[in-house]
Design a protein around this ligand. Structure first.
Ligand SMILES: [Zn+2]
Ligand SMILES: [Zn+2]
Length: 297
């Protein structure tokens, strides 16, 4: 039976560790140490996967405090998050949210069964990084909790995480959540986009999201597109994207803010009603009340 994680070296010293179609974590190795960017859902232990890939000491950096990015934090001693997320990180996650997410995980596996044959014959989009897997043997849904310890360090805009011969620059990019960060590996030009950049729905609908702030962060990232060689993506079926996506997403937010793009009704992964603006390679999800306000101004 396949394990829960799929690891792949996508560039020298940079691995994606996917929970296929859920969360992609990133392991980035320098000369002296390594960073694990996010720890996923905590459905299976991630540390053994990391230890097969690197022998360097590993610190965790979280892109933000949301439960799907911090589930394995407790497996590591050294964890860091943006200062705005430190208190939020240790707040309990409502049981209902976890149960709804598990229902979504089962739905994903069933949905993949429906499209698998057609994909294999016609489209060839699903692969080991994207084909969702059944919950692992021995996983007890009722016992699943997300309980990250308090971070050992906090990060702020402009901090540099030095791995020895490789430096990761912290870009504070609020919008999805107030504490969202991206990391830029100046040496390779890889931008780690967190939940700010996605190739599927971009979540701007949460109570702690702010669409105008999100648009500013997206515009800031678009300005970097000439120095970025690749975008490392945290969710859905694709693990990487080309830098032109940064400009497209920034343009998408501008169109959402100006009310010049059609909206439709949809649901997010835990079944909440949202309003969606659909673009060629991604969509933007908004709280229905926010969307209504945008279309009336
Ligand atoms: Zn998130
Ligand atoms: Zn997420």
């Amino acid at each position: 039976m396949a394990s829960w994680h799929e690891a792949r070296e996508i560039s020298r010293g940079v691995w994606s560790i996917a929970e296929p179609s859920h969360v992609n974590m990133w392991l980035i190795e320098g000369r002296d140490r390594a960073v694990l960017l996010d720890t996923g859902l905590g459905i299976a232990r991630v540390r053994p996967v990391v230890e097969e890939l690197t022998t360097k000491p590993v610190s965790v950096v979280n892109t933000h405090y949301h439960f799907d990015h911090v589930g394995g934090n407790h497996e590591f001693d050294d964890t860091a998050i943006h200062e705005a997320g430190a208190a939020l990180l240790v707040e309990p996650v409502p049981r209902e949210v976890l149960d709804r997410y598990l229902a979504y995980a089962l739905e994903l596996v069933r949905a993949a069964e429906h499209v698998r044959e057609a994909d294999g014959r016609y489209f060839h989009l699903l692969d080991a990084d994207s084909l969702p897997r059944p919950l692992p043997d021995g996983f007890d849904p009722a016992a699943w909790t997300i309980a990250p310890p308090a971070p050992s360090r906090t990060l702020t805009e402009g901090d540099v995480v030095d791995l020895g011969g490789r430096a990761l620059r912290v870009l504070h990019t609020p919008g999805h959540s107030g504490d969202s960060i991206c990391l830029l590996d100046d040496a390779s030009g890889i931008l780690f986009g967190g939940d700010t950049i996605n190739t599927g729905p971009i979540y701007a609908q949460f109570h702690d999201s702010d669409v105008a702030t999100f648009a500013k962060s997206a515009a800031r990232l678009a300005e970097l597109k000439d120095e970025v060689t690749m975008v490392a993506v945290n969710h859905f079926g694709r693990t990487t994207a080309a830098p032109y996506l940064l400009q497209e997403i920034s343009d998408g937010f501008d169109r959402v803010l100006s009310g010049s793009t059609p909206f439709r009704q949809a649901h997010d992964c835990i079944g909440e009603r949202v309003t969606e603006a659909v673009f060629d390679r991604f969509s933007i999800l908004l709280a229905p009340a926010v969307a209504q306000r945008l279309h009336h101004t």
